[in-house]
Write a protein that binds this ligand. Structure first.
Ligand SMILES: [Zn+2]
Length: 75
């Protein structure tokens, strides 16, 4: 576990968050995204690999013409 870079006092612990991605006409909400959450200030950090996956999902949804969608994160 690493220290929180925002408040420097908290510890980052595994958790989940929701991420909203907007791209053109698309608004995509992805729930249950794995993240590390600071136990002091509550700041949430999504790993780079997860962010990259979210962007791929947003690209796919944008190309499919989706406008608004809520889905759960799937690795
Ligand atoms: Zn913090």
């Amino acid at each position: 576990m690493s220290a929180c870079p925002i408040c420097t006092h908290g510890t980052l612990r595994p958790g989940v968050t929701s991420v909203t991605l907007e791209r053109g006409q698309l608004t995509l909400v992805i729930k249950s995204v794995p993240a590390r959450v600071c136990d002091n200030c509550g700041e949430q950090f999504v790993d780079e690999a997860v962010s990259a996956r979210l962007l791929e999902v947003a690209d796919g949804a944008a190309k499919a013409g989706t406008q608004v969608e809520v889905r759960s994160y799937a690795a």
